[in-house]
Design a protein around this ligand. Structure first.
Ligand code: MN
Ligand code: MN
Length: 327
Protein backbone atom coordinates (compact mmCIF):
# COMPACT_ATOMS: atom_id res chain seq x y z
CA UNK A 1 0.00 0.00 0.00
CA UNK A 2 1.44 3.37 -0.92
CA UNK A 3 1.51 6.29 1.47
CA UNK A 4 -1.31 8.19 -0.20
CA UNK A 5 -3.81 5.45 0.50
CA UNK A 6 -3.65 6.28 4.19
CA UNK A 7 -5.53 9.48 3.40
CA UNK A 8 -8.38 8.10 1.34
CA UNK A 9 -11.95 7.81 2.63
CA UNK A 10 -13.25 4.35 3.43
CA UNK A 11 -15.40 3.30 0.50
CA UNK A 12 -18.92 2.02 1.01
CA UNK A 13 -18.03 -0.99 -1.10
CA UNK A 14 -15.57 -2.16 1.57
CA UNK A 15 -17.10 -0.98 4.84
CA UNK A 16 -20.89 -0.47 4.80
CA UNK A 17 -21.86 3.17 5.20
CA UNK A 18 -23.77 2.51 8.40
CA UNK A 19 -20.81 0.76 10.03
CA UNK A 20 -17.58 1.93 11.62
CA UNK A 21 -16.67 5.17 13.42
CA UNK A 22 -18.19 8.27 11.81
CA UNK A 23 -15.61 10.81 10.56
CA UNK A 24 -15.84 13.74 8.16
CA UNK A 25 -16.17 12.33 4.60
CA UNK A 26 -15.26 8.87 6.01
CA UNK A 27 -11.63 10.03 6.14
CA UNK A 28 -9.07 8.59 8.55
CA UNK A 29 -9.06 10.24 11.97
CA UNK A 30 -5.64 11.44 13.12
CA UNK A 31 -4.98 12.64 16.64
CA UNK A 32 -2.88 15.78 16.74
CA UNK A 33 0.18 13.89 18.04
CA UNK A 34 0.10 11.36 15.17
CA UNK A 35 3.29 11.76 13.06
CA UNK A 36 1.23 11.32 9.86
CA UNK A 37 -0.21 14.76 10.52
CA UNK A 38 2.96 16.26 9.03
CA UNK A 39 1.78 15.01 5.63
CA UNK A 40 -1.76 16.39 5.79
CA UNK A 41 -2.69 19.12 3.28
CA UNK A 42 -6.28 19.77 4.35
CA UNK A 43 -7.49 19.06 7.88
CA UNK A 44 -11.20 18.70 8.53
CA UNK A 45 -12.09 19.59 12.11
CA UNK A 46 -15.11 20.25 14.28
CA UNK A 47 -15.68 23.04 16.75
CA UNK A 48 -18.48 21.73 18.98
CA UNK A 49 -19.32 24.99 20.67
CA UNK A 50 -22.22 27.47 20.62
CA UNK A 51 -21.28 29.77 23.48
CA UNK A 52 -21.69 32.78 21.17
CA UNK A 53 -25.34 31.99 20.44
CA UNK A 54 -27.76 34.70 21.53
CA UNK A 55 -31.06 32.86 21.09
CA UNK A 56 -31.59 29.25 19.99
CA UNK A 57 -28.53 27.23 20.99
CA UNK A 58 -27.63 23.80 19.63
CA UNK A 59 -24.85 24.25 17.06
CA UNK A 60 -22.43 22.65 19.55
CA UNK A 61 -23.93 19.37 18.34
CA UNK A 62 -23.22 20.19 14.68
CA UNK A 63 -19.85 18.45 14.15
CA UNK A 64 -21.06 15.12 15.48
CA UNK A 65 -24.16 15.05 13.29
CA UNK A 66 -22.26 16.27 10.23
CA UNK A 67 -19.83 13.39 10.77
CA UNK A 68 -22.80 11.03 10.97
CA UNK A 69 -24.29 12.32 7.71
CA UNK A 70 -20.81 12.11 6.16
CA UNK A 71 -21.56 8.43 5.72
CA UNK A 72 -23.37 9.61 2.55
CA UNK A 73 -20.25 11.31 1.13
CA UNK A 74 -18.50 10.10 -2.02
CA UNK A 75 -15.19 10.96 -3.64
CA UNK A 76 -15.69 12.76 -6.95
CA UNK A 77 -17.54 16.00 -7.67
CA UNK A 78 -19.70 15.16 -10.67
CA UNK A 79 -20.08 18.79 -11.76
CA UNK A 80 -16.46 19.98 -11.56
CA UNK A 81 -14.72 16.62 -11.92
CA UNK A 82 -12.60 17.46 -8.87
CA UNK A 83 -11.53 14.49 -6.78
CA UNK A 84 -10.20 16.20 -3.65
CA UNK A 85 -8.75 13.04 -2.10
CA UNK A 86 -6.68 12.43 -5.23
CA UNK A 87 -5.38 16.02 -5.27
CA UNK A 88 -4.52 16.38 -1.60
CA UNK A 89 -3.98 14.44 1.59
CA UNK A 90 -7.05 15.02 3.72
CA UNK A 91 -7.84 13.78 7.24
CA UNK A 92 -10.30 14.29 10.07
CA UNK A 93 -8.22 15.97 12.76
CA UNK A 94 -10.91 15.75 15.41
CA UNK A 95 -12.55 18.53 17.39
CA UNK A 96 -10.97 21.71 18.70
CA UNK A 97 -10.90 21.72 22.51
CA UNK A 98 -13.71 23.79 23.99
CA UNK A 99 -14.98 24.81 27.42
CA UNK A 100 -18.78 25.03 27.37
CA UNK A 101 -18.87 27.33 30.42
CA UNK A 102 -16.12 29.86 29.56
CA UNK A 103 -16.28 31.88 26.36
CA UNK A 104 -12.90 33.63 26.58
CA UNK A 105 -11.11 30.42 27.53
CA UNK A 106 -12.76 28.63 24.59
CA UNK A 107 -11.67 31.28 22.08
CA UNK A 108 -8.08 30.79 23.27
CA UNK A 109 -8.34 26.99 23.09
CA UNK A 110 -9.72 27.08 19.54
CA UNK A 111 -7.02 29.53 18.40
CA UNK A 112 -4.28 27.32 19.89
CA UNK A 113 -5.68 24.28 18.07
CA UNK A 114 -5.70 26.01 14.67
CA UNK A 115 -2.25 27.50 15.26
CA UNK A 116 -1.02 23.93 14.91
CA UNK A 117 -2.67 23.84 11.47
CA UNK A 118 -0.92 27.08 10.57
CA UNK A 119 2.47 25.85 11.81
CA UNK A 120 2.15 22.63 9.82
CA UNK A 121 0.78 24.39 6.72
CA UNK A 122 -2.53 22.50 6.90
CA UNK A 123 -5.56 24.16 5.32
CA UNK A 124 -8.47 24.12 7.81
CA UNK A 125 -11.98 23.07 6.80
CA UNK A 126 -14.18 23.59 9.83
CA UNK A 127 -17.61 22.38 10.93
CA UNK A 128 -19.16 24.66 13.55
CA UNK A 129 -20.34 25.51 16.02
CA UNK A 130 -21.93 28.90 15.91
CA UNK A 131 -20.45 31.66 13.78
CA UNK A 132 -18.28 33.08 16.54
CA UNK A 133 -15.93 30.11 16.01
CA UNK A 134 -14.66 31.72 12.79
CA UNK A 135 -12.97 34.47 14.83
CA UNK A 136 -10.42 32.25 16.65
CA UNK A 137 -9.77 30.34 13.41
CA UNK A 138 -8.91 33.65 11.73
CA UNK A 139 -6.75 34.65 14.71
CA UNK A 140 -4.74 31.48 14.10
CA UNK A 141 -4.36 31.68 10.33
CA UNK A 142 -4.23 35.41 9.48
CA UNK A 143 -0.65 35.76 10.64
CA UNK A 144 0.94 37.39 7.61
CA UNK A 145 -1.78 40.03 7.41
CA UNK A 146 -5.51 40.32 6.93
CA UNK A 147 -7.26 37.79 4.70
CA UNK A 148 -10.17 38.30 2.32
CA UNK A 149 -13.47 36.51 2.79
CA UNK A 150 -16.40 35.25 0.78
CA UNK A 151 -19.17 35.09 3.34
CA UNK A 152 -22.53 33.41 2.73
CA UNK A 153 -25.09 34.32 5.37
CA UNK A 154 -28.48 35.86 6.02
CA UNK A 155 -26.73 38.15 8.51
CA UNK A 156 -23.66 40.39 8.35
CA UNK A 157 -22.38 39.33 11.80
CA UNK A 158 -20.74 42.75 12.14
CA UNK A 159 -22.74 43.94 15.11
CA UNK A 160 -20.84 45.53 17.98
CA UNK A 161 -22.03 44.57 21.44
CA UNK A 162 -24.87 42.78 23.16
CA UNK A 163 -26.27 43.82 26.51
CA UNK A 164 -24.13 46.95 26.40
CA UNK A 165 -20.73 45.34 26.79
CA UNK A 166 -20.55 41.77 25.42
CA UNK A 167 -18.18 41.87 22.44
CA UNK A 168 -18.15 38.17 21.56
CA UNK A 169 -21.32 36.63 20.12
CA UNK A 170 -22.18 34.88 16.85
CA UNK A 171 -23.47 38.26 15.67
CA UNK A 172 -20.10 40.03 16.07
CA UNK A 173 -17.19 37.92 14.72
CA UNK A 174 -16.47 39.96 11.61
CA UNK A 175 -16.47 43.33 13.34
CA UNK A 176 -13.93 41.91 15.79
CA UNK A 177 -11.93 40.35 12.94
CA UNK A 178 -11.72 43.70 11.12
CA UNK A 179 -10.84 45.57 14.34
CA UNK A 180 -8.08 43.03 15.04
CA UNK A 181 -6.60 43.33 11.54
CA UNK A 182 -7.45 39.72 10.64
CA UNK A 183 -9.94 40.51 7.89
CA UNK A 184 -9.55 43.04 5.08
CA UNK A 185 -12.97 44.69 4.65
CA UNK A 186 -12.04 45.82 1.13
CA UNK A 187 -11.53 42.17 0.17
CA UNK A 188 -14.71 40.94 1.89
CA UNK A 189 -18.05 40.19 0.26
CA UNK A 190 -21.16 39.19 2.19
CA UNK A 191 -23.79 37.40 0.12
CA UNK A 192 -27.46 36.73 0.86
CA UNK A 193 -28.04 39.27 3.61
CA UNK A 194 -31.72 39.62 4.53
CA UNK A 195 -34.20 39.63 7.36
CA UNK A 196 -35.46 42.34 9.64
CA UNK A 197 -33.03 44.59 11.53
CA UNK A 198 -32.89 45.86 15.09
CA UNK A 199 -32.67 49.35 13.59
CA UNK A 200 -32.15 50.86 10.15
CA UNK A 201 -28.49 51.80 10.73
CA UNK A 202 -27.45 48.33 11.79
CA UNK A 203 -25.74 47.30 8.55
CA UNK A 204 -23.95 50.57 7.92
CA UNK A 205 -20.76 49.88 9.89
CA UNK A 206 -19.55 47.12 7.59
CA UNK A 207 -20.34 49.07 4.43
CA UNK A 208 -18.49 52.08 5.85
CA UNK A 209 -15.45 49.83 6.42
CA UNK A 210 -15.55 48.84 2.76
CA UNK A 211 -17.33 45.46 2.85
CA UNK A 212 -19.27 44.68 -0.32
CA UNK A 213 -22.69 43.64 0.99
CA UNK A 214 -24.91 41.80 -1.51
CA UNK A 215 -28.36 41.63 -0.01
CA UNK A 216 -30.83 39.03 -1.21
CA UNK A 217 -32.53 41.42 -3.65
CA UNK A 218 -29.24 42.28 -5.36
CA UNK A 219 -28.32 38.59 -5.24
CA UNK A 220 -31.39 37.71 -7.29
CA UNK A 221 -30.90 40.67 -9.63
CA UNK A 222 -27.31 39.62 -10.38
CA UNK A 223 -27.94 35.89 -10.49
CA UNK A 224 -25.38 33.26 -9.52
CA UNK A 225 -22.93 34.11 -12.31
CA UNK A 226 -23.15 37.84 -11.64
CA UNK A 227 -22.52 37.31 -7.94
CA UNK A 228 -19.52 35.11 -8.73
CA UNK A 229 -18.06 37.74 -11.05
CA UNK A 230 -18.44 40.36 -8.35
CA UNK A 231 -16.96 38.09 -5.66
CA UNK A 232 -13.90 37.44 -7.82
CA UNK A 233 -13.41 41.17 -8.33
CA UNK A 234 -13.70 41.86 -4.61
CA UNK A 235 -11.27 39.21 -3.34
CA UNK A 236 -8.81 39.26 -6.26
CA UNK A 237 -5.72 37.06 -6.06
CA UNK A 238 -5.04 37.41 -2.35
CA UNK A 239 -5.57 34.76 0.34
CA UNK A 240 -9.28 34.24 0.85
CA UNK A 241 -11.36 32.41 3.43
CA UNK A 242 -14.82 30.96 2.68
CA UNK A 243 -17.37 31.13 5.49
CA UNK A 244 -20.71 29.44 4.93
CA UNK A 245 -23.46 30.04 7.49
CA UNK A 246 -26.14 27.47 6.72
CA UNK A 247 -28.81 30.15 7.27
CA UNK A 248 -27.71 31.60 3.91
CA UNK A 249 -30.04 28.93 2.60
CA UNK A 250 -33.79 29.21 2.78
CA UNK A 251 -35.11 27.39 5.87
CA UNK A 252 -37.00 25.12 3.47
CA UNK A 253 -33.59 23.57 2.75
CA UNK A 254 -31.90 24.10 6.11
CA UNK A 255 -34.41 24.50 8.94
CA UNK A 256 -32.02 23.15 11.57
CA UNK A 257 -30.30 26.39 12.48
CA UNK A 258 -30.51 28.96 15.25
CA UNK A 259 -31.55 32.05 13.29
CA UNK A 260 -33.49 31.00 10.18
CA UNK A 261 -34.59 33.72 7.74
CA UNK A 262 -37.09 33.02 4.98
CA UNK A 263 -36.46 34.15 1.40
CA UNK A 264 -33.01 32.58 1.14
CA UNK A 265 -30.98 30.75 -1.50
CA UNK A 266 -31.51 27.21 -2.73
CA UNK A 267 -29.06 24.38 -2.12
CA UNK A 268 -28.45 24.12 -5.86
CA UNK A 269 -27.52 27.79 -6.07
CA UNK A 270 -25.18 27.33 -3.11
CA UNK A 271 -23.44 24.43 -4.85
CA UNK A 272 -23.01 26.50 -8.03
CA UNK A 273 -21.65 29.42 -5.99
CA UNK A 274 -19.00 27.30 -4.24
CA UNK A 275 -18.01 25.56 -7.50
CA UNK A 276 -17.61 29.00 -9.05
CA UNK A 277 -14.85 29.83 -6.55
CA UNK A 278 -12.47 27.42 -8.28
CA UNK A 279 -9.23 29.18 -9.16
CA UNK A 280 -9.24 31.66 -6.28
CA UNK A 281 -6.46 31.65 -3.68
CA UNK A 282 -8.48 29.88 -1.01
CA UNK A 283 -6.78 29.25 2.33
CA UNK A 284 -9.54 27.80 4.51
CA UNK A 285 -13.24 27.55 5.07
CA UNK A 286 -16.06 26.64 7.35
CA UNK A 287 -19.71 25.58 7.49
CA UNK A 288 -21.35 26.88 10.65
CA UNK A 289 -24.69 27.09 12.47
CA UNK A 290 -25.95 23.57 11.77
CA UNK A 291 -28.03 22.92 14.88
CA UNK A 292 -29.15 19.29 15.30
CA UNK A 293 -31.77 20.01 18.02
CA UNK A 294 -33.69 21.97 15.34
CA UNK A 295 -32.95 19.36 12.67
CA UNK A 296 -35.01 16.27 13.46
CA UNK A 297 -34.69 14.76 9.97
CA UNK A 298 -30.92 15.32 9.75
CA UNK A 299 -31.40 17.12 6.44
CA UNK A 300 -29.63 20.29 7.57
CA UNK A 301 -26.60 18.23 8.60
CA UNK A 302 -26.71 16.52 5.20
CA UNK A 303 -26.72 19.96 3.58
CA UNK A 304 -23.84 21.01 5.86
CA UNK A 305 -21.83 17.91 4.98
CA UNK A 306 -22.46 18.39 1.26
CA UNK A 307 -21.43 22.05 1.38
CA UNK A 308 -18.26 21.01 3.23
CA UNK A 309 -17.55 18.61 0.37
CA UNK A 310 -18.09 21.39 -2.19
CA UNK A 311 -15.74 23.69 -0.26
CA UNK A 312 -13.23 20.84 0.11
CA UNK A 313 -13.17 20.44 -3.68
CA UNK A 314 -12.23 24.07 -4.35
CA UNK A 315 -9.77 24.13 -1.43
CA UNK A 316 -8.04 21.00 -2.76
CA UNK A 317 -7.88 22.51 -6.25
CA UNK A 318 -6.44 25.73 -4.79
CA UNK A 319 -3.89 23.81 -2.77
CA UNK A 320 -2.85 21.86 -5.83
CA UNK A 321 -2.69 24.99 -7.95
CA UNK A 322 -0.48 26.77 -5.42
CA UNK A 323 1.87 23.85 -5.51
CA UNK A 324 1.88 22.53 -2.00
CA UNK A 325 0.24 19.15 -2.28
CA UNK A 326 1.77 15.91 -1.10
CA UNK A 327 4.45 17.83 0.74
MN1 MN B 1 -23.51 33.96 10.63
MN1 MN C 1 -26.69 33.88 9.93
Amino acid sequence: MNLENKFLPVTGTVLPRFAGIATFMRLPYLEMDNPLIEQVDIGLAGIPWDGGTTNRAGARHGPRQIRDLSTLARNVNRASGISPFELCRCADLGDAPVNPVDLVDTLMRIEAFFKIFKEKNIIPLVAGGDHLVTLPVMRAIAKEGPVGMIHFDAHTDTWDRYFGHSKYTHGTPFRRAIEEGLLDPHRTIQIGIRGALYNDSENNWGIEQGIRVVDIDEYHRLGVQGVLKLAREVVGDGPTYVSFDVDFLDPVYAPGTGTPEIGGATTYEAQQLIRGLQGLNLIGGDVVEVSPPFDPTGNTALVGMTMMFEILCVLADARKRHGNCFK
